[in-house]
Structure formats: C-alpha cells, structure tokens
Design a protein around this ligand. Structure first.
Ligand code: ZN
Length: 348
C-alpha cells in the first residue's frame, strides 16, 4: 500500500459519521424487536404473532396502528421508558445524529398505567443518558392522538402546558388522519401555541392537499408531519414555500404504507426542486424496516448530493423546537462537521 493509499484509509477511518437530524419519530415506534422481545419476556406477554424476523407484522394502516399499540403496551414503568429513549437516541447518536425530536403520547403512557409526568421524566432521563454517551441533543413533542377525538387531544395539550418539563418543546397531532377535521383540534393547538410550544401536525399523508391547507389555517403549525401530498396541488406548493413551512418527510414510511407503489414513485425530488423546506425522518423505524441513516440514503438514491443531504440536516435544526442558543450551537457543530467532510459549501 502506498503512503497516499495509507493516508486515504486513515482519513476514511477517522472521518466522522455524516451529520443527521430527525424531527419525526414516535417514541413507542422506535422499539427494536429485540427490545420488544425482552420486554415481552419481562411481562409474560406473547408477541410471536407480531414479529416477522426483525420487523413487526402488519398489513394495512389499521393493523399497523394496532401493532404499534401492542408494542407500546410492553413499556409500563419509568425504567422501561428510560431504556427505550436511551436505546434509540444512543443508536442514532452513534450513527451521526446531532439532534432528534421524539413524539411522546400521554395517552400511551396512561394506557400503559403510567402517570404521564413520570413517563416524560423517564424519557428525558433516557435522553440525558444518550446525550452523555454520544452528544445527541433531543427534545420531546407531546402529541394528541387524533382518532381518540378532540377532547383527548385537548387534554394532551393541557398536559404539555400544565406539566412543563424543559425537554417538552412542542405539541403535535398524530394518529389516524382520516378521522375528524383539522378545525376540530384548533382549541388544543391554541392552548399549546399560547404557551410557546412549537406546533406540528400529521397532514397530507392519507388525506390530500385540502387537508394540508385546512391544517395550516386552523392549527397554525410551522411544520407538517409528512405533507407529501402537497405535490398534488401547485398552489398549495407555492403557499408552503412562501410561508416557509417545513416538511417532516418519512419516505420509507410512505412506501411501506402504500402511498407510493415503489420508492422511485416518491415525489421527494420534485418537492426539493420546488424549493420546499425538507427534512427526513424514520417515523417508526422497525415497523417500516428503516433507520434514520437509511432515510438519508433514500434521498441519495433520489439524486440528493452531499450538500443537499447536509441541507436536510440544516433545515431540521432551523425548524427544531429549541431555544435560539441551542439552535446556534447545533448549527455551528454542523458547520464544523460539514467542513471536516470536505463540504464547506454546505453552509451556503
Ligand atoms: Zn408519524
């Protein structure tokens, strides 16, 4: 091996992982099958029918939600949730994630028999462990579950406001988008917004562009969970660009849930070419056989250059629900990493 080859090998080996950031991930949806098996043994629960190797078994959105709920019920104590958050955030931190937000649901905590305040405390404690180990910064976004109805969503907002924890930085709407209208949840979002929480909502995944426009009008969000079906309406695309709305895209999730027949059908590139603010996330990684790293690889296969992939991370940090000092610190870390990757243009 020549000296140049040796130096190249050394440079490769010491090259930092590509800097990633994730805005859209449901905490119970991060549980790896290995962790779920260990939890199932702990509680004497049978989950063999739920597992297909290293993935969860489901066939449509309804059975996906039921599988998700079954996995969620395997987490019952503060220690379970601490372990869940620490395990996921450490994994993606080691893979290069600088920042992550986790969607957390007081309704899931309650159905697991855990006080939601203890649930948040446990998740924050797991997040602190992951930060100590890998440097990953994270925040929690409390979500209301849409198919439980407006009262439950309002209760989730009141919980987020009433039980402030420094890690709770946002409020969102998850669950089945086909249930109810965005305006049904306006009160919940007004409560959360007035308390200074960042706002996001799943929209434009199973429902079309009209639901995205209604969500923007009624809920005053700065980000959309998915929002991918905006591609079907040119005037809505122009509105998203003008209002600088950030899309939390989860491409593999969209393909797994049948929005697009094949990865090549995903409109990722057209959304980028229209100048929209894009980020990528894994949504519920082991349910969809994906990871945060794989979502970035998905964009690379769709022609995103290294600078464009760094821009995904930068956009995520710009749209993150963090205080300005933390945002600046994260942006500086990203800029340094971009230079060490040899991509100074990334900060353009
Ligand atoms: Zn989601």
């Amino acid at each position: 091996m020549t000296l140049t080859e040796r130096l190249r090998t050394l440079a490769e080996a010491t090259r930092p992982p590509f800097p990633l950031a994730e805005l859209h991930c449901h905490v119970e949806g991060t549980a790896s099958p290995a962790l779920a098996r260990s939890q199932a043994r702990r509680y004497g629960v049978e989950i063999d029918d739920l597992l297909d190797g290293e993935r969860y078994r489901w066939s449509d959105f309804g059975s996906f939600l039921r599988a998700y709920d079954r996995v969620a019920t395997l987490f019952r104590s503060e220690d379970d949730y601490r372990r869940l958050a620490a395990s996921y955030l450490s994994d993606i931190g080691r893979a290069g994630a600088l920042y992550a937000e986790l969607f957390v649901s007081p309704d899931h905590a309650a159905s697991a028999g855990l006080d939601p305040t203890a649930y948040v405390r446990a998740l924050a404690s797991g997040a602190a462990e992951a930060e100590a180990e890998t440097g990953i910064v994270s925040r929690l976004v409390v979500v209301g579950i849409r198919h439980l109805g407006p009262d439950a969503v309002e209760a989730a907002a009141r919980f987020a406001v009433r039980s402030p924890h420094p890690d709770i930085a946002g409020f969102g709407l998850a669950g089945d988008e086909r249930v109810g209208r965005p305006a049904d949840f306006a009160r919940a979002f007004a409560i959360a917004g007035e308390a200074g929480l960042g706002l996001t909502a799943h929209a434009g995944e199973f429902a079309g562009p009209a639901a995205i426009a209604e969500t923007l009008d009624a809920l005053k969000v700065t980000r959309l969970g998915h929002g991918v079906r905006a591609i079907e309406d040119a005037s809505l695309m122009a509105r998203l660009q003008a209002e600088r709305i950030t899309l939390e895209l989860c491409p593999t999730s969209n393909v797994a849930l049948g929005l697009y027949a094949a990865p090549s059908d995903h409109p990722l590139k057209r959304l980028r070419d229209a100048g929209l603010r894009l980020t990528v996330s894994s949504d519920d990684p082991p349910f969809f056989g994906t990871s945060l790293t794989e979502e970035y690889a998905f964009t690379e296969r769709h022609g995103f250059t290294e600078a464009q992939r760094l821009a995904l991370t930068r956009t995520a940090i710009e749209a993150a629900f963090v205080d300005e000092a933390t945002r600046q610190r994260l942006l500086e870390r990203l800029a340094v990493l971009a230079i060490s990757l040899g991509a100074p243009g990334a900060s353009d």
